[in-house]
Design a protein around this ligand. Structure first.
Ligand code: MLT
Length: 238
């Protein structure tokens, strides 16, 4: 099995991913929100890239069946039902509903890798479930951090490095690219203090300034949710 990580969120070469499992990671906060939403009974998540796309999709569904969630500049979008804090996505609000989610980096990332054989949603929250899915499936893996508006993001790379570390512990014959090795080394630096990496990151600091420190603590938890959502044809489902 080969493992690679794309440390910058550019469109990968289509030929290089068609037979791979791609793990999309946006620790702060899109993939953490998605994983948490499934643990609270959301029916499906429709990731979109713009507010306009979100509003137009919303009209396609009967009233009461669908919710609009996400952020613009990390803040709640006017007219939307929910923001981008995992704690808003509670059982009583989202059970059985469809969620149309618009975020800056995370929801866009799914479309950059949509030609892969399978695209799964990763975060610290469900990391062991993602490891199991990667090992069960056996395909080569590309880890795809959603990044920070086109730039490297520390928190997503640490999470990718943790995924690599856990897979290495379970499988002997692995081939890591230099990027994968670098992510592993970055993870090892923060292994004892994952939340420390989230606090240090640019977006982590931004969220602290916006008063969302609780979200950082929430998103830094490991293995509290045992689900692996899949993205296929524009929809994320279990
Ligand atoms: C994103 O997709 O860029 C993030 O989820 C932004 C945020 O933390 O609100």
């Amino acid at each position: 099995m080969n493992i690679d990580i794309q440390l910058l969120p550019n469109q990968p070469d289509l030929d290089s991913i068609f037979d791979k499992t791609v793990v999309v990671i946006d620790v702060l906060r899109a993939t953490s929100v998605i994983v948490h939403a499934f643990s609270q009974g959301v029916k499906e998540v429709i990731p979109v890239r713009t507010v306009e796309e979100a509003l137009s999709k919303f009209k396609e569904f009967p009233e009461g069946e669908v919710l609009l969630g996400g952020e613009r500049d990390s803040r709640m979008i006017e007219g939307f039902h929910l923001g981008n804090s995992p704690k808003e996505y509670t059982y009583d609000k989202i059970r059985g509903k469809r969620l149309i989610l618009k975020t800056t980096n995370g929801t866009r990332a799914f479309y950059l890798v949509s030609s892969a054989r399978r695209v799964i949603v990763g975060s610290f929250l469900n990391i062991s479930a993602v490891v199991e899915e990667c090992l069960r499936n056996g395909s080569d893996i590309l880890i795809f951090p959603a990044g920070d508006e086109g730039s490297f993001s520390l928190e997503d790379s640490v999470c990718g490095g943790m995924l690599i570390d856990l897979i290495i512990k379970r499988k002997e014959r692995l081939c890591l690219t230099d990027s994968a090795l670098a992510a592993l080394l970055i993870y090892q630096r923060f292994e004892e203090n994952l939340v420390g990496a989230l606090h240090l990151s640019r977006h982590g600091k931004e969220l602290i300034d916006l008063g969302a420190t609780e979200d950082i603590l929430f998103c830094g938890q490991t293995d509290i949710i045992n689900v692996v959502p899949f993205f296929c044809n524009g929809i994320i489902k279990l």
